[in-house]
Design a binder for this molecule. Structure first.
Ligand SMILES: *Cc1c(COP(=O)(O)O)cnc(C)c1O
Length: 383
């Protein structure tokens, strides 16, 4: 194939930031002038603006999405050894937080279509020792909040939403109520890692909750457990969002709705180009959830086929990524949990079949069409 008209990348952060340069410069200048680098004005302003965007949730900023998970679990006051149900197919941070706190991650398999926690698997994993369920809204689409919320309520355990990949997504309950991802469970967490849908220019994260008392507790935990300076009610963390990152995130938040729409338009174009390719499965949509397309992840069946497609696309100038190549229970760090190969068949299979195609707000229609053709070539043997 002739090479793509404009080089295709997985991310175009430099170009995205260039378009916002005057506003980013101004935000940085103001922070330098104020010189309150920790807990400065912009932190509270950003929290209020993000909360408003998320339908009135309370937002407690912190230092990363991983810290947000740690703080969410800390706020539940679970006894050491309590079990925390997490998906077998997720980013490692979801387990890491529980493991570091002396809690026991218990894995549950995911659904083959949406990649999200399978409520039936969660139901089977619940025990009297279960303290929390962490649902991950993987790749930008909500997990089954209706079923998971009902399970959590019925068993008196907390539902935590790891919303690092689905900021701005909404979910509609059977009652007709529409809620923002992250604001349904006891606590939601999110990440402002630069590649996320709302990315800082460094690390950052936040906690989301609709419960004012929990917001106050989380705020305290994120700041050394102190109620006032040098008075510590609880063992907490030093986990604050830098004023500078908050100021930059305020600028980027204004762009988030347009960026989300651009991501959805890219995904719709991919659907059109790839929907009929035999041997390839496009991402399934759950009609109850909007999808903010952190990733556009296809599945390719057959031994070695995914990697062969990946190589072919690379030759065509199309970078791709595999999120994630190894399921949680097969990571050496989590061997101590004692799981065996074959125990989470869906997660294991997805690790061999998933491929994430380039998706960012600046990807053009021509580029998506080119990627669609390059994929088509592979499957109809024209390569
Ligand atoms: C990125 C991510 C995290 C961790 O966020 P950091 O800000 O990098 O610590 C946690 N969970 C999921 C699902 C993520 O994608």
């Amino acid at each position: 194939m002739t090479p793509p008209p404009i080089p295709i990348r997985l991310l175009e952060l430099a170009a995205e930031h260039a378009a916002l340069q005057p506003a980013l410069d101004e935000a940085m200048r103001e922070v330098l002038e104020e010189a309150a680098f920790i807990q400065g004005l912009a932190v509270g302003q950003f929290a209020a603006e993000l909360g408003a965007y998320l339908g009135g949730a309370h937002v407690v900023p912190c230092a990363s999405g991983t810290d947000a998970l740690t703080l969410a679990l800390l706020s539940l006051n679970l006894p050491v050894g309590a079990e925390v149900i997490v998906p077998a197919f997720t980013y490692v941070a979801t387990l890491e937080a529980a493991a570091l706190l002396g809690l026991c991650p218990v894995l549950a398999d995911v659904r083959p279509d949406t990649f999200n926690l399978d409520p039936a698997a969660v139901s089977a994993a619940l025990t009297p020792r279960t303290g929390a369920i962490i649902a991950v809204h993987l790749f930008g689409q909500c997990a089954d909040l209706e079923a998971l919320g009902a399970l959590a309520a019925a068993h008196g355990v907390a539902l935590i939403e790891d919303n690092a990949q689905a900021l701005g997504a909404t979910f509609q309950f059977a009652s007709g109520e529409v809620v923002h991802a992250g604001a349904v469970g006891a606590v939601g967490t999110t990440s402002f890692f630069p590649s996320k849908n709302l990315g800082a220019l460094g690390d950052g994260g936040a906690l989301l909750t609709r419960d004012l008392a929990r917001a106050a507790l989380l705020q305290q935990l994120a700041n050394h457990g102190q109620s006032q300076k040098y008075h510590h009610q609880r063992i907490g963390l030093n986990s604050r969002l830098d004023t500078l990152q908050a100021a930059l995130l305020r600028v980027k938040l204004r762009q988030l709705p347009a960026n989300t729409a651009a991501r959805q338009a890219v995904a719709a174009r991919y659907d059109g180009a790839l929907g009929d390719v035999p041997g390839l499965t496009i991402p399934a949509r759950d009609a109850r959830s909007s999808h903010v397309f952190h990733q556009y992840t296809v599945q390719v069946e057959g031994p070695g086929r995914r990697d062969a497609l990946r190589d072919h696309l690379y030759q065509c100038g199309v970078p791709t990524a595999v999120y994630y190549p190894v399921p949680a229970h097969q990571q050496p760090a989590y061997a101590y949990l004692g799981y065996r190969a074959g125990q989470f068949p869906v997660a294991e299979r997805l690790c061999e079949t998933v491929l994430s195609l380039p998706l960012h707000p600046l990807l053009t229609a021509d580029q998506v069409n080119y990627i669609g053709e390059a994929v088509g070539c592979f499957f109809d043997g024209r390569k």
